[in-house]
Design a protein around this ligand. Structure first.
Ligand SMILES: NC(=O)c1ccc[n+]([C@@H]2O[C@H](COP(=O)([O-])OP(=O)(O)OC[C@H]3O[C@@H](n4cnc5c(N)ncnc54)[C@H](OP(=O)(O)O)[C@@H]3O)[C@@H](O)[C@H]2O)c1
Length: 329
């Protein structure tokens, strides 16, 4: 028997409770892992509270879009017994049972070996949020962004994706501007490497004109909505925005002028379906982050039973940095 956080749904209301399960109840997937840690992402908050339609499998359902675990049995795959592997996204905790369990069965498709320079716990400090931040930075650099080009802004900077994006960009030599609505996080953002901070309200209400004075060489946007709409007309010529989140809204109202008169690029980031090649590349670059940076970003380690309360907190925007779930605590 092992413990898992199990979601159930009745009359559209989702409940979450820690339950004892047996191996025979696990999904019919190839690789059996003893889960070491999972993490809490915004998307997990939506799944656990039922506030977002994240779960695409049948209830009862085990959520958790991230896990790191030791392989107990690789089945017919080439995943070796005893290997420590990471899965972020790839349908985990959405269409197939996820990381909020002491044991899980997963497909081999999206598994990445734990990089040498990361501990299992550190990999979940990173989790989907940090992995998404890395994919965002890789996308901006793929479009030509280089240190010295000018200021790069990160919105929703004190959140999970935002924190890692600030730290990654600063370590790579960029002039990082953090946009945050949390004044109590300003010191934290400076420590992560932000050169200056602008309030969240700098982007509230969307743009005032189709083209404004150009001020950003690049942007990682975790907020969406009016914030993204406000950013687009402020981008430098041929600059890019990695659009990866919707913490502030999903609708986007803009004009074509920044795209056709300044060559601004809007880059979509989907960590869930990133290719295995991109995953390996991203994790090898993440592993170069110094350990002290990961400690700064690590907000808390919680037990399975604490996930529902922390899910409400993350949806209220009350979580700074990253929360690890110790499924064995
Ligand atoms: N594309 C992908 O593959 C992918 C992967 C992971 C996450 N995401 C998305 O990225 C976003 C961030 O995820 P996360 O895990 O980092 O969440 P998070 O830790 O909750 O961070 C979100 C941050 O956004 C800011 N924020 C919250 N509510 C806001 C509002 N109403 N208006 C403006 N800003 C607001 C807050 O930062 P400040 O207080 O500092 O302003 C908050 O800390 C979510 O929308 C998530 O779904 C996408």
């Amino acid at each position: 028997m092992f413990d898992a956080l199990v979601l159930d749904s009745q009359d559209d209301a989702v409940t979450a409770a820690v339950q004892s399960l047996e191996d025979t109840q696990l999904p019919d997937e190839e690789v059996l892992v003893d889960v070491l840690y999972s993490s809490l992402n915004y998307k997990d908050g939506l799944a656990v509270t039922g506030e977002g339609k994240i779960v695409r499998g049948d209830y009862p359902f085990v959520p958790g879009i991230d896990l790191v675990g030791r392989v107990v049995d690789g089945g017919l795959s080439d995943v070796e017994e005893g290997a420590v592997v990471i899965q972020t996204g790839g349908g985990l905790g959405e269409s197939t049972w996820g990381g909020y369990s002491q044991r899980q069965r997963v497909a081999p498709t999206w598994l990445v070996p734990l990089p040498d320079d990361l501990t299992p716990l550190e990999s979940m400090v990173v989790g989907t949020a940090g992995f998404t931040a890395m994919l965002s930075v890789m996308a901006l650099e793929h479009e030509g962004l280089q240190p010295g080009d000018g200021e790069v802004v990160v919105t929703g900077a004190s959140g999970g994706v935002g924190s890692v994006a600030v730290a990654l960009l600063a370590r790579r030599g960029y002039d990082v501007v953090a946009s945050s609505g949390s004044e109590d996080a300003y010191d934290y953002l400076h420590e992560l490497g932000a050169l200056r901070i602008v309030g969240r309200d700098a982007f509230a209400g969307g743009p005032s004109r189709p083209l404004e004075s150009a001020q950003w060489a690049g942007a990682v946007d975790t907020v969406g909505g009016d914030t993204l709409a406000a950013l687009i007309p402020q981008m430098d010529r041929h600059a890019s925005i990695a659009a990866c989140g919707n913490a502030g809204g999903a609708a986007l109202s803009t004009t074509v002028f920044p795209f056709i008169l300044r060559g601004v690029n809007l880059l979509g980031i989907d960590s869930n379906t990133a290719t295995l090649k991109h995953r390996r590349e991203a994790w090898s670059q993440i592993a170069q982050l110094p350990n002290d940076v990961l400690s700064q970003i690590h907000a808390a380690t919680i037990a399975l039973g604490e996930v529902p309360a922390w899910s409400r907190k993350i949806l209220q925007g009350d979580v700074r940095g990253r929360v690890v779930v110790d499924v064995n605590a």
